[in-house]
Ligand binder design. Structure first.
Ligand code: PEP
Length: 254
């Protein structure tokens, strides 16, 4: 089985001005500038990308965006393209976060177009999937996640190997509820099995699958030590340097 390097990414969502972002990035940099056992990513708002990019410079902390448009340029008021993100030294982009799916009508088809455009521009997409509480209660989580994966990752060919998948049960995001390590592991193994169906076993074995949903220093070690959990996509606990740093350390030790 392939060794997968763990990846911890902070999703700052619609929080922090450029000035606040600078402060947080500086604090994170103090502790994490040279970490190389784990990939560390911070995803501020569009308006803070340039500032944070300048703070992290060529340290081992990488920059990510929270969204992008699939077209390269043109009359798409309010949108940002993949090449604009690359130009600010972004390495990653979060795609299909459940908040974008729920509040902004993002479908698997849209996520798929974005994933293709991201890869073409040299960005690594972090593609989010996950079921709602209602779907879990009706025991349809596997069907839901399988459809999301097959739709969002269709037609990527060999580039699929570059993608990071984030399993984020919607009922655990920002709620304080966390999937148990067993529940999370079960879904991560299912996701890997589905990825093997889309591609092949060797590719699926190399793809990193993050868990997201109220991950914090207190529950990280147990989640991150599961065999198919290769890191975390972190919301709330990424907004303060001490908890984000603690999560990266937990990933190093896991
Ligand atoms: C997220 O939105 O990606 C997330 C996991 O949020 P939180 O950690 O706050 O649940």
């Amino acid at each position: 089985m392939k060794m997968r390097k763990k990846i911890i990414a902070g999703n700052w969502k619609m929080n922090k001005t450029a000035e606040d972002s600078k402060e947080l990035a500086q604090a994170i940099k103090l502790d994490l500038a040279n970490v190389n056992e784990v990939d560390v990513v911070v995803c501020p708002t569009f308006t803070s990308l340039d500032t944070v990019s300048n703070v992290i410079g060529d340290t081992n902390i990488k920059l990510g965006a929270q969204n992008m448009h699939w077209e390269a340029e043109g009359a798409y008021t309010g949108e940002i393209s993949a090449s604009m993100l690359r130009n600010l030294y972004c390495h990653y982009v979060i795609l299909g976060h459940s908040e974008r799916r729920e509040y902004f009508g993002e479908t698997d088809e849209i996520v798929n177009k974005k994933a293709k455009a991201a890869i073409a521009a040299g960005l690594i997409p972090i593609v989010c999937v996950g079921e709602t509480l209602e779907e879990r209660e009706s025991n349809t989580q596997e069907a839901v996640v399988s459809a999301q994966l097959k739709g969002s990752l269709a037609g990527l060919g060999a580039s699929l190997a570059k993608v990071v998948v984030a399993y984020e049960p919607v009922w655990a995001i920002g709620t304080g509820l966390t999937a148990s390590p067993e529940q999370a592991q079960e879904m991560h193994a299912f996701i890997r099995k589905t990825l093997a169906e889309i591609s092949d076993q060797a590719t699926a074995d190399g793809i990193r699958i993050q868990y997201g949903g109220s991950m914090k220093p207190e529950n990280a070690a147990e989640l991150l030590s599961q065999p198919d959990i290769d890191g975390g996509l972190i919301g709330g606990a990424a907004l303060k340097a001490p908890s984000f740093v603690a999560l990266v350390k937990a990933a190093i030790e896991a």
